[in-house]
Design a protein. Sequence first.
Length: 378
Amino acid sequence: METLNIFGSTGSIGKNALDVIRKNKKDFKVLGLSTNTNIEALISQVKEFSPSYICVADEESAKKIKHLGKKIKLFKGQSGLCEFASVGCDVSLMAISGISALKPLMVNIEHAKKIALANKESIVTAGGFVLTKAKRFKTKIFPVDSEINALYQLFALQKDFSKVYLTASGGALFNYRLKDLSRVSAKTVLTHPTWDMGKRITVDSATLVNKGFEIVEAHYFFNLPYENIGVVIHRESRVHAFVEFKDKTLFACMYPPDMRIPISFALSYPGRMNALKTCNFNSGFSLSFEPLKEKQFPLLGIVLEAAKRCDNALSVLNGCDETAVEYFLNKKIKFTDIHKAMGYIFSHYKQAKVKTLDDVFYWDNWGRVKTKEYLRAL
């Protein structure tokens, strides 16, 4: 039995992970759970899984925690989150959203044998720092993102390939005309056709910023040149990645759009464990693929150009995207203003080298500040 710490246990990924654990109680002992603000959900999880450690990253929310018993240690605030990351374990699931996962991730690399990483921003903004430290401490990092996880599974079969393809559903607005996008509501954008995800990632799915970030992940995790990573539209979200071999044979990794499958793979590798009750063809389904229309998703091109510059651009754009999406979800701007903000910031940011983790946080914050200034002026 392996010990498991979950960072972000009350979010979508964390809840799916705990559902996997319910089906495989003999394989894992939940050692620690953490949340940002969802105390009610955390307490419910504590009663069911009896962890030895819990963490509440938000100081005000932590005040709501009452008596938990002498056997449970409570960590509070951002400093407490890094202390929680120092708790030794066999496996960690890093499911904190945004760049706020980066500091605890870097700490946790020193204390976990294996990390299932469900946070793409840490790789997008600081992939070199993260993977270099993981190699130094011999900590294995497994991607939980469905497409990158699918590539990992395919690469385990054979490595003599010439190109890889990530699939993209196109999000909730795929069939909309460009001239109609300025009128769409947040509710419409959040109605994803196949996945049940967090709000930011669902919006990023509609702009394909999320797919751009996944390409960066594939570049770092598998040392792939950007020109060898393609994207194909696949609305059903059942095939998550392809690898193309030299003879042009395609191998695909396919499973239902359910995050419990990549989570279970990342937690149990090199073995496999039960994630779903069944995966059958009783109801039938079809698969369709079509080429990506780059003009329909201009932000994908911006993210890829930023990635190829190998400077501070990705940190800046991460801060910009998160800020603009938050403004849109709060009904302060139109959906198309996300495109305007990203385009403007990318055209006006100050190019600089990223030499330290402090640089990553500095330029991420710079992107947030400048994006707020731009959006207020709209």
